[in-house]
Structures are given as C-alpha cells and as structure tokens.
Design a protein around this ligand. Structure first.
Ligand code: GAL
Length: 681
C-alpha cells in the first residue's frame, strides 16, 4: 500500500524541485509518476535530445528515496513532429482533422507515427530503463481519452480493409456475416469497404462493431510496440497503462494482455457530474461521488492483469473538466484512497502535485495550491499515510504479506464483456446510440452492470468483475450482466459451475458479428435454462409495472419493472406475471433468468433474495455505507450523510461484531460521514 503523486517538474523552476521532493516524502508519498507529456522538453527538435533535466529530476526525487514511474511521452507529439507527418493526425467522424494544440492528436493507424513512438520509446527506455529508482513504466496516457479511440483517417481506412481481409475468408463471408443483403449494402471486394461514417442514417451495426473491434486491435498493437521495447531495455520493470472510468470505447482486456499492471484514473465527482443522468443521484452524491463508481472500476481493473492494479490518478479536489466541479467533502480524498486499498490496490497516486497556474488545467486542484502551499488534500494524504502504517503493522502482526496480487477472494462475480457492451450500445434504445453514444442512463449496458454491482454491494458483498473467458470455478453467485455475445468458454464454464447464476436480460442475444442469434436469445445460455425470448420491448420512461413474486423464503416480493421487458416461451413456471399475462422471472435448478429491467430498489430486493439462496452472508448496508473484505481486514466506508452504528448492522457476522470491539484498527464503530472504520478478523 503505497501513496504516489503525478508530478510535472518541467512546469516549475529547477530550484523548486528539491523542496517538492522533500515535501512529498514528508507527507507520506513514496512514488512519483513523471514524464508522460514531456516529448517537447525531451526532444525540442527532431533528433535533438535533452535528457539531462529528466535525469536531474529523477535524481532529485531519488535522493529523497522516492521511486519513479516513467511515462512514454507519446500522448503529446510536439509540433515539429506533426509538421513532419501531417497525416499522423486522426480524423473525426465528420472527416475533420484533430489538430495540434492540446493532446492525443494522433491516429493509432499512422505507420509514421508508430515508428516515431518506437523511436522515442527506445531512446527513453535505453536512457532511463535501468535507473535504480525506476519502479514501473506507463505507456502513453489514457488511450481513447477525448474520443480518440476511433479515427476515420485514410490510414485507418486502409488498415481496416486489411483487418477485414484477415478476419473474413472472402468478401462473400463478410457480406453474409454482416447481413449486407439488407439495403443492397454488399461489397464486391475488400477495397470497397469504407469506415462507418457519414452514412445517411446509421451504418450497419455489424460494420460498426467490426470497426470497434479493429480499433481495439490498433490500440493493442500501438501499446504492444512500446511494451516490447521497454521490456528489452528495462528488464524486470513492470509496464502499466492508465485506463479511464466509465469508458468502453475499446476492449480493455485485449490491451491489458500486454501489461503487467492495470491502472486507472479515478475522478469520482467528475464522473458523477459528467455521466450520471439521474438528477437525484447528482444531488445526493455531489461531494462524495456515487458510492459504487470508484469501487466498480477497482474491481473491474483488478481483473485485467492477474490482480495487479493501481489507481494512477486520484482526484484530490475540484477538477476542471466536468460540466460542474464542486469540492469533495472534507475526508473524501483520504477515503477514496482507503477504499482503493480495500479492493487490493498496490498504489494510489494523486493527480496532481501542484495546481498549474496556466494552460488547460489551471482550474484543476492538486495537493498543493498554485502558490506552492499545501491544499486540503495534502493534509488528507498525511492521514492516509498514517492509516497505511497502522494497517501494515496489523498485516505484519498477522503474518499476511503486503503483496496483494491475486489475493482478493470474492464469492460473487459479475460478467462484463466489452464487445457485448458495444454490440448493444450501437443500437441502444432511448435516442443516443452508435459508436459515439455517451455512457450512462437508461438501456445502457455498462449502467445496467453498475446497477447490478451496486445492488450486490449494498448487501456487503465483495465482488470480482470478470470477462467472458475468466475462471468461474470459485464463486457462489455469478451474475451474467453484460454478455450479449456469449463465447464458448463462458457457456461451458457456466454449464460446469455449481454456483447460482443470475442471467440478466439481453444476455446471449447476439452472434460474434452482432447479429441476432439463430436459435433466439438467450442463445447458448438456453442450455442452462430451457426458455427462448420471442419478443423484446424497450419501454418509454412513462412505463412502469409492479409485479408480485416470492423471495427465496416464500415471502411476498414486489418488483417494479421499467425500461425493458421480454416475452418468454418456455415450459417453466414463471415466478410472477405481468398484467397482460406474460411471465416474469424464471428459475431452473440454480439458474435464474430475469426477463425485464427493474428499478433499483426492486433489483436490490431480488438480488438480495438470490444471494441468500446462493448461500452468501449478506449485510444490510444503507444507501451510503459499503463494506469490503481484503485479507483479514474489513473496511467500512461511509459515503452517506448519516452516522452508522456498525455493531447494529443487520446481518453483520458475529466475528465482525467481536472484532469491532477488540480489533478496530482505524476509526470507531460509530461511523461518521466521509469516514472509515477498519478492523481485523
Ligand atoms: C486525466 C489525465 C490527466 C489530467 C487529468 C485531469 O484524464 O490523464 O493528464 O488531464 O485527467 O483530471
């Protein structure tokens, strides 16, 4: 459990660096990310290298015992480089160049740019790759940020045609797979295929899905080109990349195959203001962030690199990029850090050290004010540092090594597959669809997954978020949340499992090419539960229906359905029925199929009943309280406005109640808002 910070020595006079390094050390920071936007300073003109300043900066940090994470500077190609290769710029979906003057102005398919990236990566890796203070690498910065995953350049078009050629035996196979008989869309050869842009109405969804897959592949190759060079010149040093929150523009699992550590950038207030489409939620969680947003991503990214993950950027105070940027409640900067450790983070690194008084992010806070004095978050980092020391002492006392990789064991898994998300998002009902659709809101596959996650978390459960091909053998409950495209591995793992399985609507409904499955949904999952979906409906916001069913103990359970429902053909008896006579919720042995979406309270009630039937021990958390178990520690985190008496929580195991009295390491059993209590069991 280490604390880090993102630092830009190139923004400040050298005379300031020793003071910064000393202060970092003093407040408890031990890791510093550096260099990821500094191409211009490293190479101000083609081939003219200025590495001395970076040596000096790393050395200054090193003298204070600070370790470095070095970024490759490829997210910010300098002006001379853009002028040298004008066709390296990406084009947007309207064919307009994404010009120099900010960042990420490159196309993943530009061969000239990839070569330049190889060159600078090799130079930097040779120069710094064996420095004793180097602890990790970061490739580039936030692939896809600012809508940069997809580019409609000529380079991309040519590469897409090649990709299609490799993926489909012949043009007839492609036409068949995409259903190009529709609207006379068939091609005669691969060279006729354009990118899915500027079409009169929506482009063929299979074409869009293929382009999304291709773009994921380009990002993977771009990233891999760097990781291979780094590994050659910097043996043994792990390579990471910082992914984003609420972000599905490419297949992160694919890109992570070439990384050692998955990291992500956590901005809970920014995400809420930008993405939450529910005004009430915006109001309630304005200064804390939604209690499940950060945790969802912690669990998602923990699943990418065999359990090794960090928060590379942690929000310290107001940010600059959401529509509105309020200040977090006092205590949140520390609490978000603690929560990340509760989910197994190795490092939480705050963004940024000092607020810059210039350029795009001058309204973004840091640990220091722009004048160099400490801001609130620096004080909270000091406290987090003290917390970590206490926790480490207990882990040592109990002989549990600090190394976290792969040691978080959850009994509940949620399946989230990126291509399945894309297949549904392309034709998302409700008006905002396609490859450029925003995330969040009704009918959104990521949002549905997060709602299911939230329900499970309100039951005090620890959760793994897994992919289509993950090992499912050790779970008691598996929720198939986002798997419209079901792989053979997922189907056979689910067939073998003894866990209780909850299948959410739209699962197994699509082929790999995004078309409807031949044998009707839930396609391959029909082998688990004998039913087929013969009609599905997306419902306007005005529609809701409350149905009655029974919980696992036979008590009456009311469920309010909204947004989505499906008509099911089966010999199974439904658990309830809609007013028009169609069934609601099906069960076969330990497999449940939910054929409608539910508003959040109903989803919670249903998931609670299913969790109990799966033999899980659930705790009734209130709307803002969350529990997370990690090694022998239990973290209680209070996002809500109410004081919580932990010993009175319904369902809290006796072992926890006892430990709360005898082995409370941090906090008190009376838990105040924006505070944490941590105990050992
Ligand atoms: C991240 C990015 C950082 C900085 C930060 C501001 O998306 O990686 O470079 O821009 O946002 O919140």
């Amino acid at each position: 459990m280490k604390i880090g910070v993102c630092y830009y020595p190139e923004h400040w006079p050298k005379s300031r660096w020793p003071h910064d390094a000393q202060k970092m050390r003093e407040i408890g920071i031990s890791i510093v990310r550096i260099g990821e936007f500094a191409w211009q300073q490293l190479e101000p003109r083609d081939g003219e290298l200025h590495f001395d300043w970076l040596h000096e900066a790393i050395e200054t940090l090193h003298q204070q015992g600070l370790k470095t994470v070095l970024g490759t500077p490829t997210a910010t190609p300098p002006k001379w480089l853009v002028d040298k290769h004008p066709d390296m710029l990406a084009l947007d979906q309207y064919g307009r160049p994404r010009k120099f003057g900010s960042r990420r102005h490159y196309c993943f398919s530009s061969i000239a740019y990839i070569e330049e990236c190889r060159r600078i990566t090799e130079l930097v890796a040779r120069e710094f790759g064996r420095h004793p203070s180097l602890i990790a690498w970061q490739t580039d910065n936030e692939y896809g940020c600012h809508n940069t995953s997809l580019s409609y350049s000529t380079n991309a078009q040519l590469a897409f045609r090649r990709w299609c050629k490799n993926h489909y035996d012949s043009i007839d196979t492609l036409n068949q797979a995409w259903g190009n008989a529709f609207w006379s869309m068939s091609y005669q050869n691969f060279d006729e295929i354009d990118l899915p842009e500027l079409t009169v109405t929506e482009a063929n969804p299979s074409h869009q899905l293929a382009f999304w897959r291709f773009s994921s592949h380009q990002i993977k190759q771009f990233n891999k080109a760097q990781t291979e060079i780094i590994r050659k010149h910097s043996p043994g040093i792990p390579v990471s990349h910082n992914f984003m929150g609420n972000f599905v523009e490419f297949d992160h699992r694919l890109v992570a195959e070439d990384l050692d550590i998955a990291t992500w950038d956590s901005y809970p207030l920014g995400f809420l203001d930008r993405d939450a489409q529910d005004a009430q939620a915006q109001q309630i969680w304005m200064r804390t962030g939604h209690p499940d947003t950060a945790a969802f991503h912690h669990d998602l990214y923990r699943g990418l690199c065999n359990g090794r993950w960090w928060v590379m950027e942690q929000q310290p105070g107001p940010v600059n990029w959401a529509p509105h940027n309020p200040s977090p409640l006092a205590g949140m900067a520390r609490l978000w850090g603690l929560e990340a450790f509760a989910h197994g983070a190795e490092t939480v690194s705050y963004f940024r050290w000092r607020q810059a008084p210039f350029a795009q992010e001058m309204m973004h806070t840091g640990l220091l004010l722009s004048n160099g004095d400490e801001d609130w978050a620096a004080k909270e980092v000091r406290q987090l540092h003290e917390d970590i020391q206490k926790l480490s002492a207990v882990l040592e006392r109990d002989k549990l090594p600090e190394q976290t990789a792969g040691t978080v064991t959850a009994e509940t898994a949620i399946v989230f597959d990126y291509s399945s998300d894309c297949a549904i998002r392309i034709q998302k009902p409700g008006g905002d669809s396609g490859l450029h659709a925003s995330v969040g809101g009704r009918f959104d596959p990521l949002e549905w997954t997060q709602q299911a996650y939230s329900a499970l978390r309100q039951l005090g459960l620890s959760i793994d978020i897994v992919g289509q091909d993950s090992d499912l053998s050790n779970y008691k409950l598996i929720v198939v949340a986002c798997a419209s495209i079901v792989t053979d591995t997922l189907a056979s793992n689910l067939k073998r499992t003894e866990a209780t399985v909850l299948i959410l609507p739209r699962s197994g409904s699509r082929t790999k090419n995004g078309t409807l499955v031949d044998n009707l949904p839930p396609g391959p999952l029909g082998e688990l539960i004998p039913l087929t979906i013969i009609r599905s409906e997306s419902m306007p916001p005005a529609w809701q229906e409350t149905l009655t069913t029974q919980d696992h103990a036979g008590n009456k359970l009311s469920c309010t359905s909204c947004d989505w429902r499906e008509q099911v053909q089966t010999s199974l008896t439904p658990a309830g029925s809609f007013s028009d006579g169609w069934g609601f919720l099906y069960k076969h042995h330990k497999i449940y199929y939910l054929n409608a979406w539910l508003e959040s309270e109903s989803l919670l009630a249903l998931v609670s009943s299913i969790s109990l039937s799966a033999g899980l021990e659930t705790v009734q958390c209130n709307a803002g309280l969350r529990l997370r178990r990690w090694k022998n520690l239990v973290f209680a985190i209070n996002y809500g406005p109410e004081v919580v008496q932990l010993t009175e929580l319904s369902g809290l195991p006796e072992t926890d109640k006892k430990a709360l009295k005898s082995d409370l390491i941090i906090g008190k059993s009376t838990l105040f808002p924006s505070d944490a209590a941590i105990w050992a069991v």
